[in-house]
Ligand binder design. Sequence first.
Ligand code: PRX
Length: 629
Amino acid sequence: MAQEHVESMLKVEEIFEPSKDVIERAWVKDYEKVYKHAKENPETFWGEIAKELEWFEPWKKVLKWEHPWASWFVGARCNITYNCLDRHVKSWRRNKAAVIWVGENGAERIITYDELLRNVNRCANMLFDIGVRKGDRVTIYLPRIPEQIVAMLACARLGAVHSLVYSGFSAAALQSRIHDAEAKVVITADCGYQRAKCIPLKHIVDEAVKYCPSVEKVVVVRRQEPKIKLEPKDIDWHEGMAKASQKFEAVEMDAEDPLFTLYTSGTTGKPKGVMHVHGGYMVGTYITTKWVFDLKDEDIMFCTADPGWVTGHSYIVYGPLLNGATILFAEGAPDYPDPGRWWGLIEKYGVNILYTTPTAIRLLMKYGDDWPQKYDLSSLKILGSVGEPINPEAWLWYRKVTGNKLPIMDTWWQTETGMILVTPLPCMKLKPGSAARPFPGIEPAIVDREGKPLPANEGGFMTIKKPWPAMMKTIYKDPERYSQYWKTIGNVYLAGDMARQDKDGYFFFMGRADDVIKVSGYRLGTAEIESAIVSHYAVAESACIGKPDALKGEIIKAFVILKQGYKPSDFLLDEIKKQVRKELGPIAIPSEVEFTEWLPKTRSGKIMRRVLKAKELGVEPGDVSTLEE
Ligand code: PRX
C-alpha cells in the first residue's frame, strides 16, 4: 500500500478512551499486565482458565506442541455439554433462562437450563436409539430454531461429531458436505422462515441424501400444518423426543476427541471440514466470551449469527452456555417485518450485548437513525462486530445510535481459529476500524512473503506464531491440508488475511490475501463458484473475483467464456445465475457477470484473478512477469 494512503488513513483515526464504569465492571482491567503474564507463562495462563471449568479427569500437560500438531489438555477427560448444562443445573442457575427464542412471526419460547438439559438428553437418547454412537457424524441442516441448539448439544453429549450446514446452501452443496462427513443421520426441518418465505429444507435434504449412502435416518422437525409426509427413512422429531427418556449422562470424552466439523471455503473447489475438539475449544470459547463481552451472569447476549457458521457455534451456543448466560436467539432477517426488528428485540428483552456483522450494521444504517431512535436501547452494555472489516463510518454510526458511549469489540477470527484472536477488551482504548490487540495468549505477527516481520503500518500477511487452545485440530480426512496452514510461511500459522499494525500495535484488517471472498460476511471460495458456473452446459471457462461493495463488503463478479456456438445473452446470464443457485445456494450468486473471450493466465495455465481484479478496480496489477503472452 502506498505510504501516502496509509498516512491519510491514520489522520482520520479517532481514539475513544474507555469510561471509568466500563473499566470498573470489566473482568480484565489491565490488558498489558494480563497479556504479559500470558506471553511469559502460556501454559500456566491457559491452565488457570481451564480450572474454572469442570473436568472428569485433569490434564497431565496443558500443551504438547509438535509442529504443526498441537494437543491441548493432554490426558484430560471432559464433555463440553457437562460444562454448558450440568454445571449450571447443579447450581442456582437451574431455572435461569438459557435461551430466549423468537420466531419471525413474533412467536416466543423461553427455555431454562434445566429444560434445555432435559431436551438435550431426550435428543441424545433419540439419536442413540437410531444407532448414533461416539465418533459418528451427524449433519444438522436446520433453521435458527431451538432444536438446532438442542441437536448440536445432543450430538456432543453422546460423543457424536456434529456437522452443521447453513440452511442457505443448496442440495448439491449439502450433499457434498454430508458425503465428505459420511454422516449417519441428518437432522432437518420442514421449513425455515426468511422474510415470511418458507425455505423447504426437507425437500432439499431429500434431494441431497439420494446420493449419500451413509445416511441411515433423517430426523425431521415438522413445524407446519398440515404436516408434511414422511418417507420410510424419516423420523419425526417431536414423536422421537416424546418417547425418549430425559436422562442421559454425558459421555466421557478425551479432551482431544472431536466435537464438530464445520465446512468452510478455501482456495480449492472443495470445502474443508475444519475439526474442533472438546477440551481446547471449550476453554477458548469460554474465556473469550467472558472477557471480550464482559459477560456477567445477569446478561442477555444477542448474537445475530446463524449457528450454520462458526460465529453461531462459538458465540451463540458454546461460549455463552459455558458461561451460564442467557442467549437471545432470533429467526429471520434484521429488517423484516420492518427495519426496527432488532432494535425492538433489544428493547423488549433488555439485551445487554449485541454481536453482529458490519454488513448488517450498514444495512440498518441505510434505513436511517429514526429506527433505532424509536426504541429504548439503554440496556446495551457492549457491542460487537465480526466477519469482515468494519469501515469507520459504520463503526461510528453503530456507536452513535446506541447511545454514543458503548465500547465496540471488533473481533477478528476464523472458522479455523475457533475463538476470537484479535480484539479489543472493554478496558482498552478503541480506534474505529481497528480490531485492536491480540487476546492474551495470542502472538500474532505481520510478515512478508518470506516471513520477515514488517514495520508499523506496512501491510502484510497475518500470521500467528504459537498454538492456542481453540485452534482446529485438523481438516477432516485431510491432515496435509491442515499442515499447510503452518508450513506455507516459515513455521507460523498463516491466516490468509492481509493486515497492518499501527505504532500502538493496533491491527487493521485489509481483507483476504487469497482466493476467498467475503460476501456480507459469508465466506466463499472463488474456485467453488467457478466450478458451479462451469457446470453450465454453455460455459467453457470462468474466473470470479470479489469486488468492493458499500453494503456487502464484497460482491462476486464472474467473468465467463462461453463454449463455441453460444452467444452472450440475458437468457444465458440468467441461466448461469440459476446454475450457481442450484450448485451452491443463493448466497453464492454473482451480482455481476461479464462475458469475455479472454482470461489472464500464467504460462502454466493458472488464472490470474489478481490481474482481473486490478483491471476491474483500475489499479496497477503488480508483478505480471508470469502472465502468458
Ligand atoms: O477475512 C477474515 C474475515 O473473515 C475470515 C474468516 O471467515 P470465517 O471462517 O467464515 O469466520 C467468520 C467469523 C469469525 C477471516 O479470515 N474476518 C472475520 N472477522 C473479521 C474479519 N475481517 C476483518 N475484521 C474482522 N473483525
